[in-house]
Structure formats: structure tokens, C-alpha cells
Design a protein around this ligand. Structure first.
Ligand code: FNR
Length: 181
């Protein structure tokens, strides 16, 4: 069964390590898996007053999620949590009440940081949010990654991390296939 994976990267930075990781991870999937990165950089700040007339970027984001078999979150950690741009996207796509795009979408969480804890705290916060949004989220293996260890200078995967990331991708895709039924 072919799969369509929607990728949400929690960094807007041009040279984002997490964007590079998201790109590199795609090379570990078989050919029948298509990855589509969903834009979150043009979303306005969420305002509940706009629930009845969502702007075009919000409509596009929700459609991208609905079209996907699974979601892949690749995010940095900001101040021991998820970046505000990611929370903003989650809030947008979860509303209006009763019209969330997220329920039952299988998800995976991975992230890379320059620090030693490798986005561990942000990932735990994101798990809490995704649980509330009713998304079955891959529990194991966890992947707390340090940029120097996993990424090469030209955006590839460092040899020492390839097997681990391959195992992670295999588990993630099996999770999505299981839940996508
Ligand atoms: C950070 N960084 C960071 N790193 C970390 O491991 N734990 C943290 O809590 C934080 N906090 C934090 C806050 C803010 C506002 C910034 C800008 C940065 C450092 C972070 O890991 C580093 O900037 C990464 O390069 C961010 O990911 P991208 O943009 O490269 O994908």
C-alpha cells in the first residue's frame, strides 16, 4: 500500500537542522512512500474570532493533514518545549471545535538539537498535545538527536546514525500502515 506522509517541521530557519533531517529521513523510505512538507510559515497567529472564516493557509494546512495517511513531526526544542510556530499550527488545524483535522492520524515525532538532550523535553510536550488531539503516536523507538552526530555538512545522514534512523523510519512506517489500515 502506498503512503502519503505529511511532514511538519517546527523550525522556520532557512538552514534548519530539523528541515535537513526531514529531507534526509525521506531517503530511508521505500519508493511507494510520498512525503509532502506542509507549510506553516504563512499561518497568521491563531485567533478564535476567525474560526468561521479561516484564511487560505489554514484551509490548505487542514486539507494537507486530511489527505495524509500519517503525520511526521520533525521539530527543534525551544526553551524546553515546542516552538511557538508549531503550536500555532496545531491550534489552527485543531479548530473550530468539532472540525479538527487530526483525529486518528498516526504520527511520529523526531527532532534534532544542538544540545545534548536532543529535543527530549519538546517531544514529551508534543506527545501530550497529540494525545489530546486523538492521534496515535509512535512510542518506540524514541529518537533524541544531536545535530553533530546525525547530519553531515552536506545534509546527509552521518554513517554512525544511519542504522538507528533506518530502524526508526521502518518502525514509523509500520505504525502508519497499521493505523491507516
Ligand atoms: C533554542 N535551542 C534549544 N536547544 C535545546 O536543546 N533545548 C532548548 O530548550 C533550546 N531552546 C532554544 C530556544 C530558542 C528560542 C532557540 C532559537 C534555540 C537551540 C536549538 O537546538 C538550535 O537553535 C537548533 O538549531 C534549532 O533547530 P533548527 O532551527 O536548526 O531546526
Amino acid at each position: 500500500m502506498s503512503l502519503n506522509i505529511a511532514v511538519i517541521v517546527g523550525s522556520l530557519r532557512a538552514d534548519s537542522f530539523n528541515a535537513r533531517l526531514a529531507d534526509a529521513l525521506q531517503t530511508l523510505a521505500p519508493g511507494d512512500v510520498e512525503f509532502r512538507r506542509l507549510r506553516i510559515d504563512d499561518l497568521p497567529l491563531y485567533n478564535q474570532d476567525d474560526d468561521d472564516s479561516p484564511p487560505a493557509p489554514v484551509v490548505r494546512l487542514k486539507q494537507g493533514i486530511r489527505d495524509a495517511d500519517g503525520l511526521l513531526f520533525v521539530t527543534p526544542e525551544y526553551n524546553r518545549s515546542i516552538p511557538g510556530v508549531l503550536k500555532n499550527a496545531l491550534d489552527h488545524a485543531s479548530r473550530p471545535y468539532g472540525d479538527s483535522a487530526f483525529p486518528d492520524k498516526p504520527a511520529g515525532i523526531i527532532g534534532v538539537s544542538i544540545g545534548a538532550i536532543g529535543t527530549a523535553v519538546a517531544q514529551q510536550h508534543l506527545r501530550t498535545i497529540l494525545a489530546y488531539l486523538d492521534m496515535p503516536t509512535l512510542g518506540q523507538p524514541e529518537a533524541f538527536l544531536k545535530a553533530d552526530d546525525v547530519l553531515t555538512g552536506n545534509g546527509g545522514i552521518a554513517e554512525g546514525s544511519r542504522e538507528f534512523l533506518q530502524d526508526w523510519m521502518d518502525a514509523y512506517l509500520a505504525w502508519v500502515r497499521h493505523h491507516a489500515g
